[in-house]
Design a protein around this ligand. Sequence first.
Ligand code: ZN
Length: 368
Amino acid sequence: MFWPKTEIWTAEVVYTGFGTPMRKGGVAVQGAHVVAQGSLEELQARFSEAEVIRKGKALLPPPANAHTHLDLSLLPRYRGPFQGFIPHVMAHRERRGIEGAKEGLRRLAESGAGAFGDIVFKDEVMDFLLSESPLPGVAYYEVFSPDPREAEEVYTQVKAKILGWKRREGQVRVGLSPHAPYSVSPPLLARLAAFAKAEGIPLMIHAAESPDEVEFFLKGTGFFRAFFDRMGLTWEAPGLTPIRHLHRLGVLGPGTTLVHGVQVDEEEVALLAETGTRLVLCPRSNEGLEVGLPPLELYARYGLEFGLGTDSLASSPDLDVKNEALALWDRLDPRLLVRALARGGYRALGLPTPRITRGSGKALVHFI
Ligand code: ZN
C-alpha cells in the first residue's frame, strides 16, 4: 500500500484559526490534506520520518481583508497629507466604479484573501458583488450626507435600497457604511445606526483617522471647517471627540465596525472595548496619508481584537492584507498580528473564521 510522504510545515508563527497562535507549532501534511496540527515537538515525535519545512514568518488560514474600496482600484495612488486625499478622490471620480471594482476583486482573489469587507459607493457595484463575487464578504453601502436638512429623505432612500439588496444576499452580505462622523449629519447617523441595529445589518464607519477630524469635532475649526464653508454647509462642533460623538448617537456596539481608530485616547479605547465595537486597522494607508499609527499597545492592553484592511489602491500600494501585518511586524507581538489577519478580520465582518484542522485541504494553508 502506498502512503504519501508526510511533511511538517512550520513558520515563526503558526495559527490554525482557533486557540492561540503558536511560536513553535506546525501542521503535518500528507498528500493534499492536513493530517495533524499542534506543537512542533509533538508533531516530530508522531511523524518521526517527516521532513520539516520552514515556510517563513507565518502559517495561517486565508486572511480576511476587512476594509477595501474596490471601486477605487483604477485611481492613481495618492501619498501626502490627509487633506489632499478627498480632493484626489474627487478629482478622479470618473475612474471610480464597476470597472475598478472588477479589477479590485480580481487582485483581492489573487492575493489569497479568504473574505473581504468592501465599501460600496455605487449601486451597480453592489449588484456586481452580490451576484458575482467568488469570495464571501460584506458589501457596506456608503452614505455621504453632511446636510441635516436632507436626513429624512436620504434615510428613506437608503433604507429602501438596503432592504431590497438584503433579499439577494448569498455569500456576500449587505452592510451599511455611513462614511464618517463628519460626512453624515448627526440626525441621519442616529437613524441609520438604529435601523442597522433593528435589522441586524452590519455597520462600518471610518472614524478617528486624522487629527483634522478631532479638531473639527472639538473646536469646529481647521481643514474640515474650510471644506464645509466651501460647500455652504453649517457645522456646530459637538465639543466631543469623534468616538464620543458616535457613542452619544448610539452608533457604537457589537454590530458596528470602526475603521482606522488612530486618534484615540485611553478612555475611548476602553469605551470601544466596553461597547463591544469591532475594529479594523489600515496601517499602510494611515502612514501614506501621514496621520500616524493606531495605538497598538493600548488596544492590546484592553484586549480589543482587531482585523486588518488595506483600504483602497488610492491610498495603499496593493490589496494584499498580509502586507499590513508585515508593516507592523516589529511593532507588536506577531502572534497578535497573525490572529488579526484571520480571526480578527472575520470577526470584524461577522463571518466565521476558516480553520486548519485534520482533514483540511492543504490549499487552506496560507503563508507569509
Ligand atoms: Zn476606507
